[in-house]
Design a protein around this ligand. Sequence first.
Ligand code: AMP
Ligand code: MG
Length: 346
Amino acid sequence: MPKGNSSSLLRNRVFLYGLLFVSAIVLLTIVFFRQKPLEYYDKTEYHLGTYVTIRVSSSTMSPVTLAEAAFTEIKRIDDKFGSRSNGVIAELNRTGELHDIDKETSFLIRSALEIARNTSGAFDPTLYSLTRLWGFDDESSKKRIPNDKEIEDALGSTGFSRITYDEELGYVSLVDGAMIDLGGIAKGYAVDMAIAKIKSLDPDATGFIDAGGDIGVIGPKYGNRPWIVGVRNPRGESVQDVIEYIYLYDGAVATSGDYERFFVEDSVRYHHILDPETGFPSRSGVISATVIGKSTMLADAYATAAFVIGMEPGVTFLPRFGALVLLVMEDMSIFRSPGFEVYQER
Ligand code: AMP
Ligand code: MG
C-alpha cells in the first residue's frame, strides 16, 4: 500500500472517532440537562391569619431569595389592609373617611365593591362589626354567640352601600359607622402580588403559593406539568384527606370552608363566613366552596360569596364573572358549575 494512502486512512479514522466522541458528549449533555428535574424550595410562614406556603424554583437565581421577596410582599399587604393592623383600612375604620387614597387601596376597594354588586351582596366587605362581635376577627378573640340586639345593632352598620367611593377624587367614606373587613379577599390579593414580585425577579420561575387554601400558580411544575390541587374533605381529620382533584397549569383556586375558623356550642357549629342578611354564620347547606379563577383575588372573594349563595342558581351564574365553582354540601354531595370538570381531567 502506498504510504500516502495509509496515512490519509488513519487521518479519516481519527476524525471519525473524534466526531463520534464529540457527538456522544453533546448527546449526554442534552440528556443530563433535560432529565435533571428542577429542585423546588419550600417555605412556610404565618401571615394573614393563616399558614402561607411558597414552593418555588428558578434556573437563574436562588429560590430562597424569591421566596423571601414574596413573603416580604405578603407581610406588606397584611400590614396595609388588615383591620387590626396600623394600615390604611384600620385608619379608614377609625376616621370614617380618607382622602387621596393610593392606587393600590383604590384597586382593592373597587374590586371588593364590584364583587359585592356581582353577588348581590353575598360577598360584603363591610362586615367588620359583625366579625368582631362573633370573635372571628382574630384567633385570640373570644368566640361567642351574640344576642339578637347586638346582631340587630351591628346589621345597622353593615352593607356595601354604606361605602361611598369616588375613584376620580381618591375619596372613600363610611356611613352609619360601617367598618371594612377585607378578610374575604386580601389573602388572594396578597398571593397575586407575591407572585408578581417573584415574576419581576425571574419571569421563568415556576411553583405556587398557598395561603390557607387560596392557591396561585407561579408557573407549571417543571415548566410543563400541572400542579395537582386536592380539595380537602371538609369533615376530614387533616389536609391530607382529599375528596376531589384539580389540575392547574396557571391561574388560581381558592376554598372557603366552615372548618377554617369555628366554635361549637350545644352541638351547633358557628363558623366565620357570615350571611350579610342575617348577621349569622351562613346556613346555605354548603360546608365548603372551591372557586377556580384567573387571579387568586377573584377566586378568594368568589369562594366566600359561593359559600353564602349556595346551590343553584348560585353556582351556575358565577362563571359569568370568571369563577368556576365546586360546592360540597352538608350531606357530602357535590355540585359543580358548568366548566369546572375541565380542570378535573388530567
Ligand atoms: P374566607 O376565608 O376567604 O372565606 O373569608 C372569610 C373571612 O372574610 C372572614 O373571616 C371575615 O373576615 C370575612 N367575611 C365573612 N363573611 C363574609 C362575607 N359574606 N363577605 C365578605 N367577607 C366575609
Ligand atoms: Mg375568600
